[in-house]
Design a protein around this ligand. Structure first.
Ligand SMILES: Nc1ncnc2c1ncn2[C@@H]1O[C@H](COP(=O)(O)OP(=O)(O)O)[C@@H](O)[C@H]1O
Ligand SMILES: [Mg+2]
Length: 487
């Protein structure tokens, strides 16, 4: 391995390179040991994924103190990006809110364990959206506690799981409505403000909606997927903020895989198994490592019990907001978000955060889509009417709960999986076979089912449902793997 060293002030930069034919890899703990550095946050390693790496050694953590954002940071540049913080080397860390080159709304995921800074990041982006004239729909599944300042600063503020479902349904309907309107005028790329503003739909604590056993998991997963599919080209973006050890916990990993691959992914301080999962999901190339983010900046120092005055200092500064922008140009480069609001809790709303939103009303959904957005949108600021809609949703689910006769790939769960989506696949298959002139194979049936524009179904669930329908005598299994309606 060859090494070039450059030092400026007390910052030491090592440029490392392995011989051709090899791929650079490293072990963080050993690297710290070799450099005799006990505080790992003083070291930054960035590789090009091939032969080269830069190792930077700082006199102290370079991200210990972050400034608040400036108004300029909050405005989209010509590439649709805002500045969310700084990389360890002081360079601006950017995140895309919109891609003007393709006219695509963005899909975003922000992961991190409790207290890592997800909701502050959310507030910052919401404030940026307000300043950029983007319509924000925000569901805070901690009952509105995650970002209380957002109330009144966004177009729709939902605080329950039921309201989040209504919001997601409305968002899908708006995307479909926009699609209809745009195709009617022959428009094939989204142009901001012409005629409609960008709409950004965000669910904070999304794990509560999508985790195993959550009451609306199936529908929420479906809506998130659907919005990801349809929203992009019509200016409707979506973001999920979640703590999750496994992507499987968030509605099954295939829901999120596309979002992960193409979306804006931010990883804040994480819990144990998350990293392995990201590698498994192909998000981080294996061999790449991210310097773990400690909870506080107190270096681990070994102290003898006989040392006088070795009292631990509990006031070590935290690392909230520190993370990695995995989809940015420097995925392995540690960054930290700007200081958003006060570090110490404030009684009531935080004036610094309110100031970030700035004065005035937030942007509103275009009138042309109000009908599509439906009654939930119309009554979003009327607590009694919204509560009644949420009650109705809960009641509809309670009615559908029970054993699922035709499983949609998943067995019915105690606590009530919705029956609607499960029964529907059977109905869709029967409709396909009723319309067919000739018997069909399972593969042809699946293709035809997918072509009806309903929800995505896996090969496995089509197979299972065919089996159930055949056993029930509704369809006939012919030879050569063909199926037909039973006569
Ligand atoms: N960017 C930030 N600037 C200032 N303080 C922050 C920032 N991010 C997090 N904090 C501090 O950490 C606490 C937890 O952050 P929060 O965003 O609520 O975490 P999470 O949503 O991941 O649980 C906040 O109350 C705040 O004190
Ligand atoms: Mg939070």
């Amino acid at each position: 391995m060859s090494t070039v060293m450059a030092a400026r002030g007390e910052v030491v930069e090592l440029m490392l390179e392995v011989p051709k034919g090899q791929v650079i890899s490293y072990d963080l703990a050993r690297l710290c040991s070799a450099l005799d550095v006990t505080d790992p946050t003083r070291i930054a390693v960035e590789t090009d994924g091939a032969r080269r790496a830069i190792v930077t050694i700082y006199p102290s953590n370079p991200l210990a103190d972050m400034p608040p954002p400036s108004p300029d940071d909050m405005l989209m540049d010509r590439h649709g990006r805002i500045v969310v913080g700084r990389y360890h080397n002081g360079r601006p860390a950017r995140r895309r809110l919109f891609d003007p080159s393709t006219g695509s709304a963005q899909r975003a995921l922000t992961f991190g364990t409790t207290g890592a800074g997800k909701s502050r990041t959310v507030q910052y982006v919401l404030a940026c959206e307000k300043r950029n004239g983007i319509v924000s729909w925000y569901a805070d599944l901690k009952g509105g506690q995650s970002a209380p300042e957002a109330a009144g600063q966004v177009d729709w503020h939902a605080t329950t799981q039921e309201a989040a479902i209504l919001m997601l349904r409305a968002a899908v309907a708006v995307a479909q409505e926009r699609m209809r309107r745009y195709s009617a005028i022959g428009r094939n790329a989204f142009v901001v403000g012409n005629p409609d503003p960008l709409l950004s739909v965000r669910v904070d604590e999304a794990n509560r909606l999508l985790e195993m056993g959550a009451p609306y998991r199936d529908e929420a997963t479906h809506l998130v997927k659907e919005l990801g599919r349809t929203g992009r080209s019509v200016g409707v973006g979506e973001e999920l903020d979640a703590q999750a050890a496994h992507l499987e916990e968030l509605g099954g990993s295939d829901t999120l895989r596309a979002m992960l691959k193409e979306g804006e992914v931010t990883l804040l301080r994480w819990s144990g198994s998350m990293m392995r999962q990201l590698v498994t999901d192909g998000l981080l190339p294996s061999g790449e490592q991210l310097m773990p983010i400690p909870k506080s900046l107190r270096p681990r120092v070994l102290r003898s019990q006989f040392d006088a005055g070795a009292d631990d200092d509990d006031d070590a500064p935290g690392t909230q907001g520190t993370g990695y922008l995995l989809s940015g140009p420097h995925p392995t480069s540690m960054m930290r978000h700007f200081r958003v609001g006060s570090i110490a809790p404030t009684p009531g709303l935080d004036p610094e955060i309110l100031a970030l939103y700035g004065p005035g009303e937030p942007a509103r959904l275009e009138t042309a889509s109000h009908e599509a957005a439906g009654v939930a949108y119309a009554v979003r600021d009327d607590p009694a009417a919204m509560a009644a809609l949420c009650d109705a949703l809960r009641a509809a689910y309670a009615q559908q709960a029970g054993p699922v006769p035709i499983a949609d790939g998943q067995p019915g769960q105690p606590g009530g999986q919705p029956r609607r989506s499960a029964a529907r696949l059977g109905d869709r298959i029967l409709a396909v076979l009723a319309a067919a002139e000739e018997p069909m194979t399972a593969g042809e049936i699946r293709d035809a089912v997918l072509a009806d524009g309903g929800r995505e179904v896996s090969k496995g669930s089509v197979h299972n449902t065919l089996g159930v329908l055949a056993d029930a005598g509704e369809i006939a299994r012919l030879d050569r793997g063909l199926y037909a309606l039973a006569r």
